[in-house]
Design a protein around this ligand. Structure first.
Ligand SMILES: [Zn+2]
Ligand SMILES: [Zn+2]
Length: 91
């Protein structure tokens, strides 16, 4: 099978932060990283190795989940307050 095309990478890719030999790409920006500069980020399902720049800005995965939880929790709280208010008004 020769249909699979492998991207030729520089065999001595260097870390984008410190210039040491890179061990793998950042999961977010795909920049080369060494073992010392990669930061492990978890989203509850998988662990990602990301660079310091992407760690500072925060992985989009976890912030997305946080806003989703907020969008679920806020209507439930509003609904609960409305139900209690209606209960007190009707008695
Ligand atoms: Zn480094
Ligand atoms: Zn990155």
């Amino acid at each position: 099978m020769s249909g699979l095309q492998l991207v030729e990478r520089d065999p001595i890719a260097t870390c984008k932060h410190c210039g040491a030999q890179a061990v793998g790409p950042c999961a977010s920006c795909h920049g080369p990283l060494c073992g010392d500069c990669c930061i492990l980020a978890e989203d509850g399902i998988k662990t990602w190795a990301i660079c310091r720049d992407c760690d500072a800005t925060g992985p989009s995965v976890s912030s997305g989940w946080r806003s989703v939880l907020l969008w679920i929790a806020v209507p439930i709280v509003i609904l609960a307050v409305a139900v209690v208010a209606l209960y007190w008004l009707s008695h």
